[in-house]
Design a protein around this ligand. Structure first.
Ligand code: ADP
Ligand code: MG
Length: 240
């Protein structure tokens, strides 16, 4: 829990408050600063694209926002009623399905673990799979679907939970243009329907263009695309 004076000036609609959060992997000569002092606030209804090349720190930043990684310095807090982890859904970039469960069981799993009765969880899972054109895959095992299909199932697993914040890590990265567009449609439609915030990382300008706000990431530094966002810039005296 951060000190009360840190929370005092956070507006009520802030769901994630990231203040100068940095993350360094490894130590000494092998240390890699994956994220330098990122400043970012996610509010209800936000539509944010984080755009950067491979290795720029996008996944690490999302993991910090989701509470999966602890910042080495700075803070990430979830001040609103959202609260980690129940109301934040992360669409992982890499393979994240459980091999022994079929697609609908994978999609329903977070709901089942949260106590939703099986039949209702499966109903929600099937509806979410339909949103990403994957309802026909319901009975397949992860090894029986392609990487792109698995990526759509990972998106459905998050949509089924109707989280207040959807963090999607390159959700179109393994998809062709048309399929990627439909997955993005599904994420935007779901976020609009529930009033959720949506944060999408991508290196594709066409994907970024579909979000309202774009922030660039380069070498672990989060900036606005024009570099004009002082909020995101490293401040004097801050280690870099
Ligand atoms: P992106 O998602 O933009 O491709 P990442 O956040 O995955 O970038 O990686 C940012 C940097 O951090 C890269 O240099 C990467 O090699 C490094 N990195 C990421 N995860 C780890 C880890 N678990 N251990 C060590 N280095 C890592
Ligand atoms: Mg990544």
């Amino acid at each position: 829990m951060p000190p009360a004076d840190v929370l005092a000036d956070v507006p009520a609609d802030v769901l994630i408050d990231c203040q100068d959060a940095a993350l360094t992997f490894g130590r000494g000569p092998n240390a890699v600063v994956a994220v330098h002092g990122a400043r970012l606030r996610i509010r209800a209804g936000d539509r944010l694209a984080i755009v950067g090349p491979s290795g720029s720190g996008k996944s690490t930043l999302l993991h910090l926002l989701a509470g999966l990684e602890q910042p080495t310095s700075g803070t990430v807090t979830w001040p609103g009623p959202a609260g980690r982890p129940r109301d934040i859904g992360l669409v992982f970039q890499g393979d994240s399905l459980i091999p022994a469960l079929d697609v609908i069981e994978n999609t329903a799993l977070p709901l089942v673990l949260a106590g939703t009765p099986d039949d209702r969880a499966h109903e929600a899972a099937l509806a979410a799979l339909a949103l990403v054109d994957a309802a026909d895959l319901a009975d397949r095992l992860p090894e029986e679907i392609s990487g792109g299909q698995a990526q759509r199932v990972a998106a459905a697993r998050v949509l089924a939970q109707a989280p207040r914040v959807i963090l999607a890590d390159e959700p179109t990265g393994r998809l062709d243009h048309a399929t990627g567009g439909r997955v993005l449609d599904a994420l935007l439609t779901a976020a609009d329907a529930t009033g959720a915030a949506l944060v999408v990382t991508t290196h594709d300008p066409a994907v970024a263009a579909r979000l309202t706000v774009r922030r660039a990431m380069r070498d672990g530094r989060l900036t606005a695309p024009d570099g004009a966002d002082a909020d995101a810039a490293a401040r004097p005296g801050e280690p870099s």
